[in-house]
Design a protein around this ligand. Structure first.
Ligand SMILES: [Zn+2]
Length: 433
């Protein structure tokens, strides 16, 4: 058995308390063997990570993103969702080549590893390229092909649906089981009813979960209400799209009945506060969802609407925006935001991780607290929510493997990844025009 030890730090426990402890990992199994003060000396570790002066937290889980959209970072800003998608993003995405997706995803994963994220849920195209990037980089992911059927003829639409189901079947369990998959219709308005109904039934037969955008903007909610005299999530429920394995992105414009429905079905909601602010989509009622018992995770959404993939930024936004939305400074407190970005996200997307305890997945971010903006340390959980930046992460570990040590990423060639992404982005922008 190969043993990895994270020694001399303080550890965030599942109940959100912090205590001095070493973490001992079975790196072959990718599991935590033991957590305890001074236990490092009891194990003959093959590899030790120095965590002195650091806080060891569960690896963060970015529960909704489109990682390859890093290529479109800063490509089009300051527009509402609908015209931003139609005028800028979709035309650029129509010019995407598989190599673009590979380059953009590797850049996204590099950024995530460097900011302590060890797992993500990704909806995009050219999924085999995304799988290859996940395999090489050592992170975990739940992946899927995003389906859009509107403005397509029946044959093209059916092929898009089939591709999403096919990649979900083919790649589930890839990369030593670090890759899981889902069927991913883009949203309830961009995929037709018959396709949703049929494909959802097929996905259920094969035990494939669903992930889709829901209730993101009023422009998306109102047409459903007008046409069907039904709220979007009631419509999704009728189509069989809400189970405890499924998760939706955004949930900004949800009624109390829809929140109760999400809680009853056990469907996770991924809160994407920066994207919601930037596209002026609205403020998700996060505290009301938590009070109702909904599993809430946190995601950055794509880099084109954020514009970075730093989940520490995002969980701070979640806490801030949650208070503003509830008009209550006690809403979405630090513990709730930190839990949402770790255990909440992991549970919502159905990936291991999110908690440091014996037997849990060995996924960690080791945050260096020795920085002026983190002194003094009255309350480390407060720091995680309000003061830590992704660049404070010193080591990143996933599945018992060290992905970043002392800020050097070991699984990806940083210089090459950044340079390739720059080149692909430049040629993509040219092709899109
Ligand atoms: Zn999205």
């Amino acid at each position: 058995m190969n043993t990895l030890c994270l020694a001399g730090g303080r550890v965030l426990r599942p109940d959100c308390t912090v205590a001095a402890a070493d973490v001992v990992v079975d790196s072959d199994a990718g599991r935590v063997r033991a957590v305890g003060e001074g236990i490092a000396a009891d194990y003959d570790a093959d590899e030790t990570l120095d965590a002195e002066g650091c806080l060891v937290t569960p690896g963060l889980v970015n529960a909704h993103t489109h990682a390859a959209m890093t290529l479109l970072r800063g490509y089009a800003d300051d527009k509402p969702l609908d015209s931003w998608l139609r005028e800028d993003i979709w035309p650029a995405e129509a010019a995407l080549e598989p190599e673009d997706v590979r380059a953009g995803t590797e850049l996204g994963i590099l950024e995530m590893i460097r900011s302590g994220t060890t797992a993500f849920a990704d909806m995009y195209f050219e999924v085999p390229e995304v799988v290859a990037a996940v395999e090489r980089s050592g992170v975990r992911a739940r992946l899927g092909h995003g389906v859009v059927t509107v403005a397509k003829d029946d044959e093209d639409a059916a092929a898009d649906v089939e591709e999403s189901l096919a990649v979900a079947r083919e790649f589930d369990g890839a990369a030593d089981d670090r890759v899981r998959t889902a069927f991913m219709p883009h949203s309830l308005t961009t995929v037709g009813e018959a396709f949703l109904r049929e494909a959802t039934a097929e996905a259920r037969e094969d035990g494939i979960p669903l992930h889709f955008h829901a209730n993101e903007t009023t422009d998306e909610v109102d047409p459903i209400v007008e046409e069907r005299d039904q709220r979007p999530l009631a419509y999704a429920d009728e189509l069989g799209m809400l189970t405890d394995e499924d998760f939706v992105a955004h949930g900004v414009h949800v009624t109390d009945d829809e929140i109760a429905l999400l809680a009853e079905r056990g469907t996770g909601v991924i809160h994407c506060p920066a994207s919601n602010m930037k596209l002026a989509s609205g403020i998700a009622p996060v505290q009301r969802m938590l009070d109702a018992g909904v599993t809430v995770g946190v995601g950055t959404d794509g880099a084109a609407s954020n514009n970075d993939l730093d989940l520490f930024d995002e969980l701070r936004d979640a806490a801030m925006l949650g208070k503003l939305g509830a008009e209550d400074a006690a809403a979405v407190p630090a513990e709730a935001a930190v839990t949402a970005a770790t255990a909440g996200s992991a549970d919502a997307v159905g990936l291991p991780g999110g908690r440091i305890e014996e037997g849990a997945a060995a996924d960690f971010a080791v945050v260096d607290l020795d920085a002026p903006h983190l002194a003094p340390a009255h309350d480390e959980v407060s720091h995680l929510a309000y003061a830590v930046r992704g660049s404070d992460v010193r080591h990143t570990v996933c599945d018992g493997q060290v992905l970043m040590r002392d800020r050097e990423v070991l699984t990806l060639d940083e210089e090459r990844v950044v340079e390739t992404a720059r080149e692909r982005a430049a040629s993509l922008a040219e092709r899109a025009e």
